[in-house]
Design a protein around this ligand. Structure first.
Ligand code: SIN
Ligand code: MN
Length: 264
């Protein structure tokens, strides 16, 4: 899939693009159908909320689940990633962020590249998130908050938050967020399940707790240009991957044509 000139311009200017109906309802069902089995596994990759039970983040699912292995190679996300990152890419990080009804907790203000640079020694911000909503995202169930155009500020000063999130994250100071939000405002993109949400790795973002009765599952694939691979291997492999092999695209119908393949 190729992005339009207007979409590329919006990504450059605003730091993100939203693509309604990027994946069909049947494809979302295939992706969601895997989640109970994945989250039932007690493994390091499944990081839980403070209750010790509800899954907060499923990391690296694509490394042990066939459907998500195909998903990260899906041309509707891999194609735009190659286009926006200017060449072949690998998966630097994969997250199924559940933000479960009633229990899904906060993500503090941060830039993803701030952590990738400081912790993983990724040379440049030639990496980004291609996310897809797996539930309807509304104002109630913990949507992302974004500060448009904040990606143009480069890497901002940050502190190391080792308690709030699924893993230590470099988070931004309140005074700086106030200044940027007063200037650029905050947007919280809503959308139906299947919506694509692509954003720059320097875009400042956060999300509030989900006190609603509705889950808010979003899958994030953080692609990185293969030439820009990380140089430091201090974080677990399932948080910051070390397989820099370029991804090859699957067919556009790969989620539906092979649905149930593992069971046959
Ligand atoms: C993130 O910023 O990595 C996660 C935010 C969210 O899923 O709410
Ligand atoms: Mn983030």
């Amino acid at each position: 899939m190729k992005l339009s000139a207007e979409q590329l311009r919006q990504f450059e200017d605003e730091g993100f693009i939203i693509i309604p109906e990027l994946f069909a309802t049947e494809e979302v069902e295939v992706l969601k159908g895997e989640i109970p089995g994945v989250f039932a596994q007690r493994r390091d990759e499944n990081v839980r909320e403070k209750d010790g039970d509800t899954v907060r983040t499923g990391f690296a699912t694509h490394t042990f689940n066939d459907v998500y292995a195909r998903f990260v190679r899906h041309p509707r996300i891999l194609g735009p990633a190659e286009e926006m990152l200017g060449g072949q890419v690998y998966v630097h990080q994969f997250k199924l962020n559940a933000k479960a009804a009633f229990n899904g907790d906060v993500w503090q203000w941060h830039q993803d590249y701030g952590t990738w640079k400081r912790d993983d020694d990724m040379p440049e911000a030639r990496a980004m998130n291609l996310a897809v909503y797996l539930d309807d995202v509304s104002e109630f169930n913990g949507p992302l908050y974004l500060i448009p155009k904040s990606h143009k500020r480069g890497v901002l000063e940050a502190g190391h938050d080792v308690t709030t999130t699924s893993y230590p994250l470099w988070t931004l100071d309140e005074a700086l967020i106030r200044e940027m939000a007063d200037e650029g405002g905050i947007v919280a993109p809503k959308g139906k399940a299947g919506t694509g949400f692509f954003f720059h790795s320097c875009l400042v973002h956060a999300s509030p707790p989900n006190i609603s009765p509705w889950d808010r599952m979003i899958v994030y694939v953080s692609y990185c240009n293969v030439d820009n691979h990380i140089r430091r291997f201090q974080r677990p492999e399932w948080i910051a991957h070390r397989d820099f092999t370029p991804l090859e695209a699957e067919a556009d119908d790969c989620l539906l044509s092979q649905a149930g393949a593992a069971a046959e």
